[in-house]
Write a protein that binds this ligand. Sequence first.
Ligand code: CP
Length: 294
Amino acid sequence: MNHLSGLLSSSVFTRDELLKFLKKAHREFKAPSQLTVLRESLGILAFFEPSTRTRVSFEAASLGLGLRWIHLRPEDSSLQKGETIKDTLLTLDNYNPDLFVVRHKSSGFPEVAAEWVKAPLINAGDGMRDHPTQGLLDALVLYQLSQSPLKITFFGDVYRSRVFRADQHFLRLLGHRLSICDDESSETALTAEAYKLPLVSRKALSKADVIICLRVQTERGSTVARRPLDKSDFGPKTLIMHPGPAIQGQDLSEELALFLETSSQSLILKQVQAGLCVRRLLLVDCLKQRGTLK
Ligand code: CP
């Protein structure tokens, strides 16, 4: 993995690199290291799709790093006058940023954009393909929970989920036993086949150590009528993760959402906290290589 070129996809991590990253992230989670700012740096957040967690956690993670953010707001930018995304990013790159963080609906956009700009680029989610920082934070939550293999079942719109694609890569590297909950749709069956993962029945969900519930991606054309995850799907020790935003009535029932607000079976807010730590570590690595931080 070379942070000089940012983080374009989850696949750049080998098992050894992932373990090294998670050990470091775990240490940073407990006690953030002391850093010296050598010069002010500039980051550009270019989100062409909505975001709360990813965008805000990059901003929050940059406190104390001497990093100032500029937001490209596509809806208020000259893209509205017909400028191409390439010309927009080339323009921004000439303000000499130290890094870009980009999210776009097109799978593979980060690799294309990285060819246009000189600054390192971090992928904050591209289409259905990948969400490496989410995969890393989910891996960190599970690493902190157990370093032995866990039974983990994905539930929901796996077919359209970039979080599924990132998670399955990292969680396989960690040796977890992965499966997908069958919803009797052909797209879920195809996804299970493509990723060589077993399909398990809804009844078997309660036997999982962890259920990773994924958002129904209506913006990417989801049509499967799937009963939302419910408390009846849980065993007494089953843990649940969701990358957020969790849509009540679609991903999970309103009753379950209420239960999870106070239940220790929910890892959802731990995911939020891990996101801050993972993104800070990526920023620190990138800025150290830029020579703005030591
Ligand atoms: N999980 C995730 O990417 O959330 P946001 O869309 O809020 O960034």
